[in-house]
Design a protein around this ligand. Structure first.
Ligand code: ADQ
Length: 745
């Protein structure tokens, strides 16, 4: 609509300019012609009068001259006349003539001096007048002058009339043209184009399109319509072929897992059952930006992992609506179709109050359970009021889920993470027919560490409402089984990895989470683009060094960011050759910044960067560049492609997807990955350099080894890690979890 208004405005401006230019010209011509006409008429009249006054001028008395003058009173457009003697004095004058028109004297004197007619336009009391004088003479000399004064106001009136008429015409034309433009653009051009785009989009996203109805009928669109119809048909055919191939591939387990294959697989095993994912963090957050609403994908490993599954399988994702514009874009049932550009599943938002968020999210989840499960030496804080909110919000989500599945037979509920430990039991209690799985994205600590939680029994009982409990590693599964054995009355089967409590069986299994990586990187670029990206990034941050190291994390104390900086410091101290040769770029997304510990941590990170940079700074080089903001995945991947070495030095991490993303970004096989032995990913990517993040010397050595590693070795390592991730990507992860969930029934 904005473009249409702009186009109409532009047209109006152009028309106005044209009309104004033409009017100026017309007025100019008209003015000249009216003036000439007036001058001509005045000259004729002057000549006539002159003939009757001139003979015997001297002998005529003032009274007889006055009589002649009076005869010309009250003539239309004629203001009056005056007769001067050769001394410049008035002998006779019309009573209607303003006496104080001073210019008359000058003009008359001039006519007498020059002995020829003289005239000029003057303004008197806001009126325009034409003064014209002719000399009166006998045979020898000039005896006086005759002055004629004409009203010339009608010329201005006429010009004003021209302006008025043209402006009215302009207004009417502009109005008609605007309406016509609006109609043409809105209904004849814009709407048909929108229809064509919608149609292509529908076909691209696999929905059937009612093509003939939507396409414009206008002749000039026909070639485009024909081509689009052909493209749509080809896309539909290609989709059918791909779907058939994927279906055939289901039997062949060695073929790669793709979104298509997962979709077909899910169709096979779910047989029409609906999937509901529940998480705290939503996959798309809508925010206000002035008058506009924007959205972004949050920095979250859980979102990175679950989003491709939902895109492939559809269903409903129920999550906390945390964006300040979230409420503006949902329908009356608090639902919105996402991804916003290409809807594939439903996002159902749940609203929680700031007080609930404080207790449930910041308090119990992130100041209690998060540090409890991560052995990163930050003490958990347990507050009764936080626990109360945690229970309340779990109850709120349970109510929402139960409402959504009310009429759904045997729904499949897939709960994410430590924010919802109580939810499985709450749902199971009302809907025993639902298959419930929970995936715990963070580590599970040993029973002693867990035993400090005042509500450990409630948490364990809540989780055991699930049919399937998933962790990233076998080690975390073992810890969970041990913890339940220590805390609850239950039957534990180490053979089947199952826990029976109150007649209900929960299976505990490892599912190492991964990323959407099948045929190539999700954000693949060609060599030219990669080079361009490198130039842009280097220029933007003034990086001139040969080597670049990279860290990508949420600003979280478990990610070992400070330890990483310490290792960079040690590396530069031990190997000063690399000063001015190596830059470490740390991309850090602000996270949970309402929690004091996180605020302190963010400050510590900044201070540490400043300290190290001050220590080593040489001219225009500094060793660490801290980019403290949320980045899109496209942006992050351009840094992955650029780095010689990527450091993942978590103090404790369930898995860590950054490590996998780095490998997936390196189509060129170059680059080295350093991984903490305390991150789940170190159990899978064994070809990375595995380090203890607390051991700065060891990490510094690993950096040196990475920068000096021959390319053939880099490629060998990358290739093996690449294969590991591809063979167990996020599609396979979800296929295995969902298959395990449904196979228990
Ligand atoms: P996280 O600790 O959030 O999740 P992690 O595995 O480290 O997850 O992945 C972080 C994700 O956020 C990555 O996709 C990364 O690209 C993105 N990210 C990082 N920095 C960013 C920035 N500055 N801007 C935007 N995005 C950024 C938890 C567990 C992990 C586990 C995941 C998945 O703690 O151990 O791997 O869940 O189960």
């Amino acid at each position: 609509m904005k473009q249409i208004v702009a186009a109409v405005f532009l047209i109006l401006v152009i028309i106005s300019l044209i009309v104004v230019a033409f009017t100026i010209r017309q007025v100019d011509v008209e003015q000249k012609s009216l003036k000439i006409d007036l001058q001509y008429r005045t000259t004729l009249l002057a000549e006539t009068l002159k003939e009757s006054i001139e003979p015997n001028f001297l002998s005529k008395t003032g009274t007889s001259l006055q009589k002649i003058v009076d005869k010309f009173e009250n003539k239309e457009r004629f203001a009056g006349l005056a007769i001067y003697n050769n001394k410049g004095n008035i002998i006779a004058v019309s009573s209607s003539l303003p006496k104080d028109v001073s210019k008359t004297q000058t003009i008359a004197a001039h006519a007498m001096d020059e002995d020829k007619a003289n005239g000029d336009f003057v303004k008197y009391q806001d009126k325009r007048m034409y003064l014209f004088a002719v000399p009166l003479r006998d045979k020898e000399s000039v005896l006086g002058a005759l002055m004629l004064v004409q009203n010339a106001d009608y010329i201005d009136d006429k010009l004003i009339e021209i302006w008025r008429n043209n402006l009215v015409r302009l207004f009417v034309q502009a109005l008609l043209l605007s309406i016509a433009t609006l109609i043409i653009m809105r209904w004849i051009i814009f709407q048909p184009i929108v229809n064509i785009v919608d149609s292509i989009k529908m076909t691209r996203t696999g929905r059937i399109d009612d093509t003939p109805k939507r396409f414009p009928k206008y002749l000039f669109f026909q070639p485009l319509v024909n081509e689009v119809a052909k493209i749509n048909r080809s896309l539909l055919e290609a989709r059918l072929v791909a779907s058939e191939e994927a279906r055939l591939r289901l039997e062949k387990t060695d073929s790669p897992w793709t979104a298509e294959r997962l979709k077909e697989y899910i169709k096979e095993i779910l047989k029409g059952r609906s999937i509901y994912v529940i998480s705290n963090r939503e996959p798309y957050i809508h925010t206000k930006d002035g008058n506009k609403v924007k959205y972004f994908v949050p920095a979250s490993g859980m979102v990175t992992a679950i989003e491709p599954i939902m895109e492939a399988c559809g269903g409903m994702w129920i999550a906390h609506g945390s964006g300040d514009a979230d409420k503006l874009v949902v329908d009356t049932n608090d639902r919105i179709q996402v991804p916003p550009d290409e809807p594939k599943y439903t996002l159902r938002r749940v609203w929680i109050t700031p007080e609930e968020e404080k207790g449930y999210y910041y308090g119990f989840s992130n100041e209690g359970l998060w540090p409890l499960c991560h052995i990163a030496h930050t003490r958990p804080v347990f507050r009764k009021e936080d626990w109360y909110e945690y229970e309340k919000v779990n109850g709120k989500f349970a109510k929402t889920v139960l409402g959504e599945i009310k009429n759904v037979h045997r729904p499949l509920i897939f709960i994410q993470d430590y924010h919802f430990a109580l939810l499985p039991r709450m749902i199971k209690a009302s809907r025993p027919d639902a298959d419930i799985g929970i995936f715990w994205h963070i580590p599970w600590p040993n029973p002693e560490a867990f035993s400090i939680c005042p509500w450990r029994k409630e948490i364990l009982d809540g989780i055991l409402g699930s049919d399937l409990i998933g962790f990233h590693t076998q080690y975390h599964c073992n810890n969970f089984m041990d913890t339940v054995g220590k805390e609850l009355e239950s039957l534990i089967s180490w053979e089947q990895f199952a826990i029976t409590k109150g007649g209900h069986v929960s299976y505990v299994k490892p599912f190492p989470i991964s990323i959407a990586f099948s045929n190539g990187s999700m954000y693949k670029v060609d060599e030219k683009t990669r080079k361009h990206e490198e130039t842009v990034i280097r220029k933007k941050h003034d990086i001139k060094t040969k080597y670049i190291g990279l860290g990508v994390d949420r600003l979280d104390y478990t990610k070992g960011i400070l330890e990483r900086f310490k290792a960079v410091e040690m590396f530069l101290e031990t190997y000063p050759f690399y000063k001015n040769q190596f830059t470490f770029v740390q991309i850090a997304a602000p996270s949970r910044s309402d929690i004091i510990r996180y605020q302190e941590f963010a400050k510590e990170v900044e201070e540490e960067v400043e300290r190290i940079n001050d220590k080593f700074k040489i001219k225009d080089w500094k060793p660490i560049i801290l980019l403290k903001r949320h980045h899109s995945h496209e942006e992050i991947y351009s840094y992955y492609r650029l780095a010689n070495v990527c450091l993942v030095t978590s103090l404790h991490d369930g898995m860590n997807l950054v490590a996998k993303e780095f490998v997936s970004a390196r189509d060129d096989g170059k680059g080295v990955l350093i991984v903490s032995q305390f991150a789940g990913v170190s159990r899978e990517l064994r070809d990375a350099i595995i380090v203890n993040p607390y051991n700065a010397e060891q990490v510094a050595e690993a950096i040196k080894k990475s920068l000096e590693m021959p390319q053939s070795e880099q490629k060998r390592q990358m290739k093996k890690m690449d294969q590991t991730i591809k063979s167990y990507n996020i599609y396979r992860w979800s296929a295995e979890i969902l298959k395990t969930m449904v196979s228990f029934v």
